[in-house]
Design a binder for this molecule. Structure first.
Ligand code: PMT
Length: 222
């Protein structure tokens, strides 16, 4: 059984993708299944925490004892995350938030334009959820992000750690087959200001227990 390293702590975790609507029948999204974030929520609950899981559109069961808030797009996820962050000691951003959304959401199904074989879509940046929470001056929880990378994994992750003012970042090489998006297994490197710890490939449930122990020790060590 995991140590009760988060007893009395309130934890908020984002998981899954976001969906950014183009029109009533189409959206932009990604391949996140929510498995990593849900595994972290279950592990935090096992470690004794009071857990709020903010979930994008996924088809996973809520881990026992976890409070779940369902959202669809990035702006809804930000609103739910900010509300949960007001009350939590630890925030973990495991969601694959869409970086951009269509500038306009068409009220009716978009019709093909005649004549041209190409088209383009105007996009606008979504707010950065984890950076907003890590950048707080008041009510700032210990804030952990992920970095999903396909090259120069540690370098890009360290850059995000600094730029988003995170306490820790979990570097996830999503180009490795059998890991990352939608897999049952994953391998990551936890990076902080004072060093890195590699966690080799294992089931996401097992990896989540290891991650929660590392994060709890860094966040709440007496
Ligand atoms: O869901 P699974 O299928 O189990 O897959 C797991 C995973 C690969 C999705 C997960 O392990 C992971 O890597 N999550 C982060 C995915 C991601 O979008 O990473 P990023 O490098 O683009 O973002 C960096 C950090 O900023 C992340 O903590 C992300 O949640 C956060 N972010 C990004 C954009 C944004 N607008 N708001 C954010 O909070």
């Amino acid at each position: 059984a995991p140590a009760q390293s988060l007893t009395g702590r309130r934890v908020a975790i984002t998981a899954g993708p976001t969906r950014e609507a183009l029109d009533p029948v189409r959206f932009l999204s990604n391949h996140s299944s929510g498995k990593m974030g849900f595994a972290l929520a279950a592990a935090a609950q096992r470690a004794g925490a009071d857990v709020t899981l903010i979930a994008g559109p996924v088809s996973l069961a809520t881990p026992p004892g976890v409070k779940r808030v369902d959202v669809i797009d990035a702006r809804q996820m930000k609103e739910a995350a900010e509300r949960a962050a007001d009350l939590c000691d630890l925030f973990i951003g495991a969601a694959a938030v869409a970086d951009f959304r269509p500038v306009e959401v068409a009220q009716q199904k978009i019709k093909k334009r005649g004549g041209s074989d190409t088209d383009s879509l105007a996009l606008v940046k979504n707010p950065d959820i984890v950076a907003g929470i890590a950048g707080r001056r008041e009510r700032r929880p210990f804030t952990v992000g992920f970095a999903a990378e396909t090259e120069k994994v540690e370098e890009h992750a360290r850059d995000k750690l600094k730029r988003k003012k995170l306490d820790l970042i979990i570097a996830n090489d999503v180009s490795v087959p059998g890991g990352g998006f939608n897999s049952d297994r994953n391998a990551v490197t936890v990076i902080g200001a004072d060093g890195a710890t590699h966690l080799p490939s294992t089931l996401k449930s097992e990896l989540a227990d290891q991650l929660i122990e590392i994060i709890a020790a860094r966040a709440f060590a007496r």
